[in-house]
Design a protein around this ligand. Structure first.
Ligand SMILES: [Zn+2]
Length: 419
């Protein structure tokens, strides 16, 4: 089965995991809990209660307290759910040192995975066990593979790393060299007719096999020599399938060997497919910019305004966008302002605030009252407006251009905003 993850879901999970996997406990006191769909909340709560009891044997007072606090917090969060969500539930909870020893604060993270998890796990360790979620970031889409030359055709499906050879047919067409006594022209004519008949048969089976694959992301056509290209160019495949061809790959072999060659190169092929997708999205944006159609906009303020007006069809965000939107508030007079800062300068920014006087009442009482990742902030607006969101990697030319020339924030519009 294939579950379709959007570029946004993948990005969110990827970033959450980056943050979580970098966290370290003071000792063995960080709780990781994976609850698959179908489990009873009460059953998991009972298990945690038992773990709480077991933890009372921990000798170190601090560790014991931190572990038991983490278990209590985890249990509380769990009880906020009436039932386990359809994809399951993952909770990470524990005392994380904020600024040197003795500065631990309990942090809790609740994640609902983008596709169902199967594992049921409770761990208490010096780190969060994120690896079972990292699994979900691997490519999980279903691809159909057709390897062919004029002698045979093999059909397979690829889901993640799982390959299934579905069918193999042979053409029965003799080689390119004629037997004696036949004219060369006649031999070629007959052979060509047979090849075309074979293509038709190949297509019939392809229509039958590939249309039945759930959530088919694309079809890869492979094989040695030019046969695959002739087949692709000819109108043999049903148009819905023809539209799904995402790659044509040269292989040394046909048959199962040819399919295996494709699978070995699958990571590179899939990366390339996403690359092409991203390229298409950014190019569509550049087209509107270049033709001055008024249907493109970029820069945070412009895009924010268009989102609020409900004018955005597709929101393009660079994965490299590393900005936090903070609300700075004065605890003395209530003065507040919003500011964008780079994520990695956040700590220094907070330290700086300590000595700064409030611009309104001059009290040294400025604090970060709220903070939100700029991407999350814009995505929220997009969700309210029903806009598509595409998170574009910075691993290719188009992605770099989106970041460098357009500040990493751009949009294709549904309609021209009235000005
Ligand atoms: Zn003030």
């Amino acid at each position: 089965m294939g579950y379709k993850q959007t570029s946004l879901q993948r990005f969110r999970l990827k970033r959450a995991l980056q943050t979580l996997s970098s966290k370290e406990g003071r000792g063995t006191e960080l709780v990781s809990l994976y609850v698959p769909p179908g489990r009873q909340i009460s059953e998991v709560v009972a298990m945690l209660k038992q773990e709480y009891g077991t933890a009372s044997n921990i000798k170190s007072t601090t560790t014991r307290k931190n572990v038991q606090d983490a278990i209590t917090k985890t249990s509380q969060r769990l009880k906020m759910f009436k039932k386990v969500p359809e994809n399951g539930l993952v909770i990470f909870c524990g005392a994380i040192p904020q600024n040197g020893p003795g500065s631990e604060r309990i942090e809790t993270y609740v994640l609902t995975p983008p596709e169902p998890i199967k594992i049921y796990l409770y761990r208490c360790d010096s780190r969060f066990h994120t690896e079972h979620l990292e699994e979900l970031l691997k490519e999980r889409e279903t691809f159909g593979i057709l390897a062919l030359d004029s002698s045979a055709a093999t059909y397979a499906s690829l889901y993640g790393r799982r390959l299934e050879i579905i069918k193999e047919i042979t053409s029965g067409i003799p080689g390119k060299h004629r037997a004696g006594g036949q004219s060369a022209a006649r031999f070629q004519r007959l052979r060509q007719a047979k090849v075309q008949e074979f293509y038709k048969r190949v297509a019939e089976h392809a229509n039958e096999i590939f249309l039945q694959l759930p959530d088919l992301k694309g079809i890869i056509i492979a094989g040695p020599g030019p046969t695959k290209l002739d087949f692709e160019k000819g109108d043999y495949l049903q148009y819905t399938l023809k539209d799904k061809i995402v790659a044509t790959i040269d292989t040394s072999y046909v048959g199962e060997e040819g399919i295996k060659e494709v699978v070995e190169r699958a990571p590179e092929i899939l990366r390339n497919i996403r690359y092409v997708e991203e390229k298409r999205i950014v190019q569509a944006f550049l087209y509107e910019v270049g033709h001055d159609t008024g249907l493109a906009t970029y820069g945070e303020e412009e895009v924010r305004r268009s989102l609020q007006a409900g004018a955005v069809k597709t929101l393009l965000l660079s994965e490299a966008l590393d900005v936090v939107r903070v609300t700075v508030k004065c605890t003395a007079c209530g003065y507040a302002r919003q500011e964008n800062i780079k994520s990695r300068t956040r700590l220094a920014f907070e330290q700086d605030l300590i000595d700064k006087p409030c611009p309104k009442c001059t009290a040294p009482a400025l604090q970060i009252a709220e903070e939100q990742d700029l991407i999350d902030d814009l995505v929220e607006l997009a969700e309210q407006a029903g806009s598509d969101v595409e998170v574009i990697s910075a691993e290719n030319e188009e992605g770099v251009m989106l970041k460098k020339s357009f500040g990493g924030i751009a949009a294709i519009l549904r309609f021209k905003p009235s000005s």
